[in-house]
Design a protein around this ligand. Structure first.
Ligand code: C2E
Ligand code: MG
Ligand code: MG
Length: 523
């Protein structure tokens, strides 16, 4: 090899330096000599090529990993902000969005409106058809709600069967429009395989005001929704400040009601049930009242729904059952009651679901030495229309025990006579609303006659409640109805007056209805 320096060596050194700096595209042209130096040059070129490829792959990998990381981060953010079941925004996301909309409002934009929706009988769906069905209903509701809003609006699920719709920059008109469309969207049946279910909702509407916090807006909408719920199904209510007061009053009443049972503030009245042909007293229905220390005597229609809502109905019903059976036992000792005298006790739907209900009643009857046939339980038709397993077990066991079962308020719910036939029921109490227009509405008498015939054809016995006049009593008698109760015969009476009445006579002395009502209203 020659002593003078080969210029290719300098190129080689330069190229290696460039490669080491990361300039991987650097190559050296081999010479025409094709000698050992050219061999090294080719080697270095190959190495550079290799390096360049490895580096490219490496870069691609880094790129895709970075993208994956970014996506995972987004997914996590989304998960934290959305409801897993429906894919809607969750409470956190809703609160964020409300806050943002309120901020825009304080910067001069129109305020947002918040709609709060609660499904009316979702619990029934879960109880009757299971949680899978419940989930599918919630998903369908979510998609229907999404279909009635614009891109800029937000539909959220707050949990359970509660949904919200946020309309940023809305007017009361547009909020009401969306609320009505939401009700319409939920009006159609939801199909679950072979089942059809209804998922109607109650809606509270609140238009935001400046200076309001997101929590306050939500609470107001919730209060309006609550008012809608109390008024009935499928109702829209706009928030009014007075609602806050009634809600507060209710929560105070709830606290007091919890204490009422233990502090003996509940009192029992008894209303005679009579044989229409003879006015013989066949028994009494026990009706609870709340003797409130400040508010006076509160009727059950006011506090029974509240008791059901706050979960004290169970204690209340047990208390009534035990107290009134004790009362019956005492009367049977003190007064010469007829052999077939019966006590009727109202049971709420919740009570029928209690596995130990039958044991509880059996135990009381045994302890008080009372025959089972002396007791009739009254259950509203809506309570058994769901026909859950426990309910059926309770009904069948009560029947087996010998306790009478009566469907209360018949004609207000949905059950058909043929449906009742399949239940272990022996009596049907026709709701008083059917008598109200007996003599004022054309065809009402025929309608009542038809209902009576149907009940009889099903092998059941009919009892009419709410008989207020001599005329009604005689009309029902003429139709062949055997028994009934109502102000015409007697108002519900306190225990001592009931005892006095039962001691004095087995047959009720009745004048005309007005007199009967006056007699009773003096108390
Ligand atoms: P219900 O079982 O249908 O009771 C009959 C209701 O009609 C009673 O109202 C009674 O006072 C009233 N009534 C009787 N005769 C007449 C009449 O001639 N005209 C009119 N307009 N009304 C008459 P009350 O005592 O206010 O009870 C209302 C409801 O509260 C009951 O309806 C029952 O569903 C519920 N309830 C009462 N006591 C209890 C209880 O101990 N437990 C449960 N779970 N519910 C009860
Ligand atoms: Mg009743
Ligand atoms: Mg009734």
């Amino acid at each position: 090899m020659s002593a003078h320096k080969d210029p290719r060596l300098a190129m080689l050194v330069e190229s290696i330096v460039r490669l080491s700096r990361g300039e991987l595209s650097s190559r050296i042209e081999p010479s025409s000599a094709r000698d050992e130096v050219d061999a090294v040059i080719t080697g270095v070129n190959l190495l550079a090529e290799e390096l360049e490829q490895v580096y490219e792959q490496f870069e691609k990998r880094v790129e895709s990993r970075t993208a994956m990381l970014r996506q995972a981060h987004l997914d996590m953010m989304k998960m934290a902000m959305s409801d897993a079941l429906t894919g809607l925004a969750n409470r956190v996301a809703l609160m964020d969005a409300i806050e943002e909309a309120l901020n825009q409002a304080s910067a001069g934009s129109p305020p947002p409106a918040l709609l709060l929706l609660d499904l009316d009988s979702f619990k029934n769906v879960n109880d009757r058809f299971g949680h899978d069905a419940g989930d599918r209903v919630l998903q369908e509701v979510a998609s229907r709600l999404n279909s009635v809003v614009r891109e800029s609006d937000l539909v959220a699920r707050l949990g359970g069967d509660e949904f919200a719709i946020l309309l940023p920059g809305a007017s009361m008109d547009s909020a009401m429009h969306v609320a009505r469309r939401a009700l319409e969207a939920l009006d159609a049946h939801i199909r679950l395989d072979s089942l059809y279910v209804h998922a109607r909702a109650s809606i509270g509407v609140r238009l935001g005001t400046t200076g309001q916090s997101a929590e306050e807006l939500l609470l107001d909408a919730d209060t309006a929704m609550y008012a809608a719920k109390r008024e009935g199904r499928s109702i829209i209510k706009v928030f009014e400040p007075v609602m806050l007061y009634s809600r507060q009053l209710r929560s105070q009443m709830a606290t007091e009601l919890r204490g009422a049972i233990s502090s003996d503030e509940l009192v029992l009245h008894y209303q005679p049930v009579v044989e229409l042909a003879t006015n013989r007293i066949l028994g009494v229905e026990v009706l609870v009242r709340w003797q409130h220390p400040l508010r006076g005597l509160i009727p059950p229609d006011t506090f029974i729904p509240l008791a059901e809502e706050i979960g004290v109905i169970h204690d209340l019903d047990r208390w009534v059952m035990s107290r009134s059976l004790r009362q019956l036992a005492q009367w049977r000792r003190d007064i010469a009651l007829d052999e077939d005298f019966q006590l009727r006790v109202n049971l709420s739907a919740v009570e029928l679901k209690q596995l130990d209900l039958v044991d509880h009643i059996r135990g009381l009857l045994r302890e008080l030495d009372l025959p089972a046939r002396a007791l009739v339980v009254e259950i509203t038709e809506t309570a058994i229309v769901t026909r859950g397993e426990v309910e059926m077990y309770s009904l069948l066991s009560l029947k087996q025990l010998g306790v009478g079962i009566e469907i209360d308020d018949f004609g207000t719910g949905y059950s058909s006579i043929s449906y009742l036939r399949e239940l272990p029921v022996s009596m049907v109490k026709v709701d008083r609303s059917l008598l109200v227009e007996l003599n004022s509405r054309a065809g009402q008498l025929e309608f009542v006659a038809a209902i009576l015939q149907l009940i009889r054809a099903a092998g059941l016995e009919a009892v009419f409640e709410g008989i207020e006049t001599a005329e009604q009593a005689s009309q029902l008698r003429d139709l062949g109805c055997a028994s009934g109760q109502g102000y015409y015969f007697s108002r519900p009476l306190p225990a001592d007056e009931t005892a006095a009445l039962l001691t004095a006579t087995r047959f009720l002395q009745v004048g005309d209805g007005v007199e009967g009502a006056q007699r009773a209203s003096s108390r």
